[in-house]
Write a new protein. Structure first.
Length: 493
């Protein structure tokens, strides 16, 4: 549940006004106007102490197994006292009026409260607290959100608001359960459209030419369509299957002209991406087993998923069961610290199943909501790797019935057809529940998403569209089809 998932109403002002001194009134008015109040100099943020160099790997033995980063980053900066009371000064009342009259969208509200705020400092934290208070956020949760975000900006050494404004809106959307609102859907669609630019240049332009140069749906049309799919990295067999499915859909809907094929293709792609229903309820903690070959972005994907869960108010732990790859443990520990997750590891070379078992035991004892278990990512053709994954699954299930609740395979869009073979082998060995496709931005092989969903009947839950924490976004088949193929009315995307 999100920090403020119960907060769905607009701005209220029922709380009694707090008596303020003349100096406090002056300070509030100045802050809300975006200027510095007399006697209240802005305190510059301290330099972050964290560097890109990972901490030393955990030492041998049980002490290392119990070592963790407990809500890492929360103590990177002292708590900032921020006003969380209802409007009192004329400036606050004026700002509240603007928020009430504004279009009810998170980006609009955030734009109003950030007017005149260019850098981190007391003014920014006061404005954020004001926005959360205006949304009736419980004071302790609002304070925790502001403190957590302030600590994060210091760890990342961010100073200018424009450096992290998008991340701030993303965190607020998660915390306020507003990710599904139209504004956020539009941001995601734009992000997917930008990420699929190279794939669309290759596929959509070819489709435009094909649809405009043909009249009847004859054999030549279907052959050219098949070639286009293969060039978009759908693969030979998936391309044949998709063409056959389109022929059948055209027959059923009595479409005989090439001009009507765009809408049919859009509908078919949406159908391919339609995820089957599954039981979401779990016996906590929820255990997520992360699998995939080296180099697909699995480590950063775990961090992004943990970040999402943290912003939704969940207690998160990351277990480093990839004990063989050099620096794997250290990298994951650094990420756990950045996103504020607990961390569990043993010495390099330890038995991965024992790491998973001990992490599971600790997660139950410490009341963790979500446990992410990283695994080794050597070549998927190695039999011992698949046996290792089977052992980890058995150990988790023995310690916590029903675990792992989700097995997520991470695949790299840039690898094209290799992603299909990886999915096949991991599905056979580990029983994959869902897919996350990374590196969709900047590749001309985005069509592999269609191929892998069609061939293996697995839901794609998230897509990676960049390197920032906010760049792992929920996958929506309709938006993906629109971004890749164009609008249903035949216009370009």
């Amino acid at each position: 549940m999100g920090f403020f998932s119960a907060i769905k109403k607009m701005f209220g002002s029922e709380t009694a006004e707090e008596q303020k001194t003349p100096m406090q009134e002056q300070g509030d008015a100045a802050a809300l106007k975006g200027v510095q109040a007399p006697g209240q100099p802005e305190t510059p943020p301290q330099k972050a102490s964290e560097t890109e160099s990972p901490e030393a790997a955990p030492q041998q033995g049980e002490a290392a197994a119990a070592e963790s980063v407990s809500q890492a980053g929360m103590d990177a900066a002292p708590s900032v006292s921020v006003p969380l009371t209802a409007p009192a000064s004329p400036a606050e009342e004026a700002l509240t009026l603007r928020l009430r009259e504004a279009e009810p969208r998170l980006s609009v509200w955030l734009g109003i409260v950030l007017e005149g705020v260019d850098t981190t400092g007391d003014l920014l934290w006061q404005r954020l607290a004001f926005l959360l208070g205006a949304l009736d956020a419980p004071p302790q949760e609002a304070q925790a959100f502001v403190d957590d975000f302030r600590a994060w900006t210091q760890r990342m050494e961010y100073r200018q608001v424009e450096e992290f404004r998008s991340e701030l809106q993303y965190r607020l959307a998660l915390a306020l359960d507003l990710e599904d609102e139209e504004d956020e859907r539009n941001r995601l669609f734009i992000k997917i459209t930008e990420g699929l630019a190279r794939t669309r240049d290759q596929l959509a332009r070819g489709l435009d030419s094909l649809f405009s140069s043909h009249g009847e749906l004859d054999d030549a049309f279907w052959e050219e369509l098949e070639e286009l799919f293969i060039m978009a990295d759908l693969g030979y067999e998936p391309s044949l299957e998709l063409v056959e499915r389109l022929k059948e859909r055209a027959r059923k809907e009595k479409v005989t002209q090439a001009s009507g094929m765009r809408a049919l293709l859009m509908a078919e792609v949406e159908e391919i991406f339609r995820a089957p229903r599954r039981i979401a309820a779990v016996n906590p903690p929820e255990v997520v087993l992360m699998i995939g070959v080296n180099g697909v972005g699995k480590t950063t994907t775990i961090a992004k998923l943990a970040h999402r869960a943290r912003m939704q108010g969940k207690k998160v732990m990351i277990a480093a069961a990839d004990t063989f790859r050099a620096a794997a443990i250290e990298q994951l520990q650094v990420w756990a610290g950045r996103v504020g997750a607990l961390f569990h590891a043993k010495a390099p070379g330890s038995d991965p199943a024992s790491v998973a078992y001990e992490a599971m035991d600790r997660a139950v004892k410490e009341g963790v909501d979500v446990l992410f278990v990283d695994t080794a990512g050597r070549l998927q053709t190695k039999v011992n790797l698949m046996e290792e994954l089977t052992k980890i699954r058995q150990v988790l299930g023995k310690k916590h019935p029903g675990a792992p609740h989700r097995i997520i395979l991470v695949i790299d869009a840039t690898t094209g057809q290799n992603a299909l073979s990886q999915t096949k082998l991991f599905k056979e060995a580990a029983g994959v529940d869902e897919l996350i496709i990374t590196k969709l931005d900047g590749t001309a092989k985005g069509g592999v998403a269609i191929a892998v969903a069609m061939q293996h009947h697995l839901p794609i839950t998230f897509v990676g569209l960049g390197e920032k924490l906010e760049d792992l976004r929920p996958f929506n088949g309709e938006d993906y089809a629109r971004a890749l193929l164009g609008h249903k009315d035949g216009g370009a995307a």
